[in-house]
Design a protein around this ligand. Structure first.
Ligand SMILES: Cc1cc2nc3c(=O)[nH]c(=O)nc-3n(C[C@H](O)[C@H](O)[C@H](O)COP(=O)(O)OP(=O)(O)OC[C@H]3O[C@@H](n4cnc5c(N)ncnc54)[C@H](O)[C@@H]3O)c2cc1C
Length: 180
């Protein structure tokens, strides 16, 4: 799924400011400890980072975030993390349709409704804190029981509304020309 994922504009701003290279998706090419070449104090994680052709997936974002957190914590204690970042592929999970998903992890494969239940547990389990977990479950239950499709994707209508709102905001922020 990484084929069409573009890095956010922030990546280009950071690349310009640091002189870092960007890959075809606009992600910043980093050293194996996630630092920007020539800038050991700047770490890049997740969708903004390009290393070893890793895809733009949540799993990569979580593992790079965890590594960066450890590195920063140790350095704040005047210690160093000598190990380079290493990605551990824990498997794949994909939502197919309402109540159906496929999961392949640790040599096990699930599909259909069972796959969806496993997919649900994996996603909720990785959220931080019970407040977020309960919030997500409530939101998903609401969308699932009402078959709300807008919870699952971006629609042309959403994009048109977003474009219209941003144009209206820009117009509102243009200062009036002072009279005379
Ligand atoms: C439609 C869709 C479906 C996906 N499905 C899957 C999937 O099934 N499985 C999977 O593993 N991955 C999936 N992904 C990819 C996954 O969501 C990303 O890889 C992951 O969220 C990356 O995490 P991140 O923390 O790097 O970035 P994000 O989760 O995008 O977080 C970045 C945050 O930074 C904020 N931000 C951006 N610019 C600025 C700025 N200038 N100042 C302050 N804040 C800023 C953003 O608002 C955002 O909150 C999907 C992505 C999309 C778009």
């Amino acid at each position: 799924m990484d084929a069409g994922v573009q890095a956010p504009p922030l990546a280009t701003a950071v690349a310009k400011a640091t002189g870092a290279e960007q890959d075809r998706a606009g992600r910043i090419c980093v050293n194996d400890d996630l630092t920007v070449p020539g800038h050991p104090d700047i770490l890049v994680t997740g969708d903004m980072m390009s290393l070893d052709k890793l895809p733009g997936l949540a799993e990569v974002a979580m593992q790079t975030g965890h590594y960066a957190g450890r590195k920063i914590t140790l350095e704040s204690l005047d210690e160093t993390l000598d190990k380079p970042f290493k990605y551990h592929d824990l498997g794949s999970a994909a939502y197919i349709s309402r109540g159906r998903a496929v999961v392949s992890a640790m040599g096990m494969h699930f599909g259909g409704f069972i796959g969806w239940v496993v997919w649900l547990f994996i996603h909720v389990g990785f959220l931080t804190g019970w407040r977020n977990r309960i919030g997500a479950l409530f939101g998903w239950w609401y969308a699932f029981t009402r078959d709300l499709r807008r919870e699952r994707g971006f629609t042309i209508d959403d994009m048109a509304v977003a474009a219209y709102s941003s144009q209206a905001e820009s117009a509102a922020s243009i200062p009036e020309t002072p009279a005379g």
